[in-house]
Design a protein around this ligand. Structure first.
Ligand code: PLP
Length: 229
């Protein structure tokens, strides 16, 4: 198997290639390496290849890896569903939270962010498919939630995040990502200072970049398949 360091570099090169091919500004897309279920040693290998930002979905697993890697200056993103009884450790240990879809969760993260730390970076998760089984707020409710998050002093509202339905159909991938970008533009035109579109994973990041992603969240294409639970 290709070493992790080589795959980090290959994905970075892919991202730059797609930026160029789709008329995006060079280096406008950031790679978030999704390291859930992967051991600390794999994160260290990615760090050696220049990767700094890592995404985790499971709190206890993430805290264990943070402790094992505390010698490295890493940026940690919580990208899983946020349960309200986990908001304190998330606010204490992470730099970003991508899955905020309720005001109550935002308020709890705000209240638990330790004084002296910079505001916690927040993306609001939007449900593009309308399936009620999925996380995320309906697009029509994103503006009022974003306004309410803006008013919380210990949070820094950065933008929108979505996990669209998985599909091999590139036209469908692009339509979904375009919906999120349109909503992002609408919120900006209504005065919200957003700078982040967190969208695209291993199977669809090229379509996401073509439609304006600024953060792509990539796991298996870097670390290999995850063990099935
Ligand atoms: C697991 C996960 C990813 C990474 O998925 P891959 O298909 O392995 O790239 C991205 N975003 C979220 C929210 C995830 O849970």
């Amino acid at each position: 198997m290709t070493p992790i360091s080589e795959r980090v570099q290959a994905i970075m090169a892919d991202i730059r290639r797609v930026e160029l091919a789709t008329g995006r500004t060079q280096n406008s897309v950031q790679l978030l390496a999704v390291s859930k279920t992967q051991p600390a040693a794999s994160i260290r290998a990615a760090w050696l290849a220049g990767q700094r930002a890592f995404g985790e979905n499971y709190l206890q697993e993430a805290l264990d890896k943070m402790a094992a890697l505390s010698d490295l200056p890493l940026e940690w993103h919580f990208i899983g569903p946020v349960q309200s009884n986990k908001t304190r450790p998330i606010a204490e240990h992470f730099d970003w939270v991508h899955g905020v879809d309720r005001l109550k969760i935002a308020q709890r993260l705000n209240d638990a962010r330790p004084p002296g730390q910079p505001p916690l970076n927040i993306c609001i998760e939007v449900n593009l498919s309308g399936e009620s089984s999925k996380g995320g707020i309906p697009p029509a409710q994103a503006y009022p939630l974003a306004q309410a998050v803006m008013a919380l002093p210990n949070l820094h509202l950065r933008g929108l995040m979505a996990i669209p339905a998985v599909s091999d159909d590139v036209a469908l991938q692009r339509r979904q990502f375009r919906m999120l970008h349109d909503l992002f533009d609408e919120l900006r035109s209504r005065g919200l200072p957003l700078d982040t579109l967190s969208m695209g994973m291993s199977g669809d990041f090229a379509a996401a970049i073509a439609e304006g992603a600024t953060i792509v969240r990539i796991g298996s294409a870097i670390f290999g398949p995850r063990p099935t639970k």
